[in-house]
Design a protein around this ligand. Sequence first.
Ligand SMILES: Nc1nc2c(c(=O)[nH]1)N[C@H]1C(S)=C(S)[C@@H](COP(=O)(O)O)O[C@H]1N2
Ligand SMILES: [Mo]
Length: 453
Amino acid sequence: MGARAALVRPPRARLNARTLLSLARLFPKTPPPGPFRPGFWRSPLRGRWLTSTFAVVLLVGVTLVTITGFLSYAAYNPALGTNDLTPNKGLLGFYLFDWPTKPVWLYQVNQGVHVIGGLVLTPVLLAKLWSVIPKLFSWPPFRSPAQALERLSLLALVGGAVFQFATGFMNIAYWYAFPFSFYPAHLYGAWVFTAGFVVHVAIKLPTMRRALRTRRLVDELRVPLDRTQPEERMDAEDELAPVSPAAATLSRRGLLGLVAGSSAVVFVLTAGQTIGGPLTRSVALLAPRGRSYGDGPNDFQVNKPAAAAGVTAEMGGPSYRLELVAGQDGAVVRELSREDLLGLDQYTYELPIACVEGWSTTQTWTGVRLRDLAVLAGVPSAGEMTAQSLQGAGTFATTTFSADQVDAEKSLLALRVNDADLSLDHGFPARIIIPAGPGVHCTKWVSRMTFVA
Ligand SMILES: Nc1nc2c(c(=O)[nH]1)N[C@H]1C(S)=C(S)[C@@H](COP(=O)(O)O)O[C@H]1N2
Ligand SMILES: [Mo]
């Protein structure tokens, strides 16, 4: 057996030696001066326990933000009509399902968790990135194929996270400074990030659990600055705890407090846009859609004003007719003026508009049920319905609704809001309001509805 092993081993050994040699030639043994030297990073707070503490928060929080993000895409019902903004998604759409129509606040909560969650986690993400900076300057950069693969997965993880958070912020701030469309970029970015995230969690979970056992959070919260000791290196591979720690200038509990406090402030400054109510809204200083709109019946957020959509008061004036179309071939079976619509059975429901950007607003809407319009169109066993806006072309000017959405008790073609006629900016003469769905599907200025059986 010894002889056989000796026969087999030499070629492998030579291969390893050669690989190591070429790696060594690429990277000299002594790291270049500066951040690549182990003594460069001196904060006594850095270490696996601190990183793992942030990691636990992110593990739970980022998972929630990721899941609600993918659900938000499902809420667009991309399988229907031209709803899909990423038609080339292929297998990545494997999980899609018919978005429900109950409870009415479903998308409001989903999107609140997604957007507010992403904002609130930002200080934690930054703190965690700070805590692992020494790893960015790990030397030599490549030690083994496994380590190289791990570093590659970090590219997807960190690159993906930064990209997702950045495009998310920019989207809710209407700052479209990037040369690509937000929706596909944010969706594909989510998949890149998720791949990196899953690999990272799988690799790091054991280390994280070991590191968390080295200290207890409750004890740590009692340690003041003058008793703050550096974290100890857990093993030879530990690149986080400092080799030559400096004296602490901030206690560990001070750092944790700073991060938790920052998240709390971000929450208070933004959550009002989703949660609503005068108190939370009045302090939502960072809510992109502002905080006060006046107290008239139509004084609530406007996503796209009529002028920006090219819709004029004249287009919604006396000549306005809603065309009901039966079947895909496009035969108009009914034309209804706004007076005709007001003559039909009216229903009133309190329903939120919940925008993908995280803000929402609950109002009292009055109008005609979509299912009644299906009957009028002569398609009572309604399947899908496509609504077209006076706006003409444009991404959100046409939306297709599922059979369940058309049939839902609370799905309205709203004519009035809070006992007043809709304002032009809120979709006069008629707009769609559906329960549980995304705001983007509450099509304003509806001019034509096509029902298919
Ligand atoms: N025709 C049309 N309808 C539209 C939009 C639009 O751009 N065009 N924006 C949608 C979006 S993204 C949202 S969140 C809601 C906002 O409704 P509001 O402006 O009445 O608050 O309207 C939806 N309806
Ligand atoms: Mo929206």
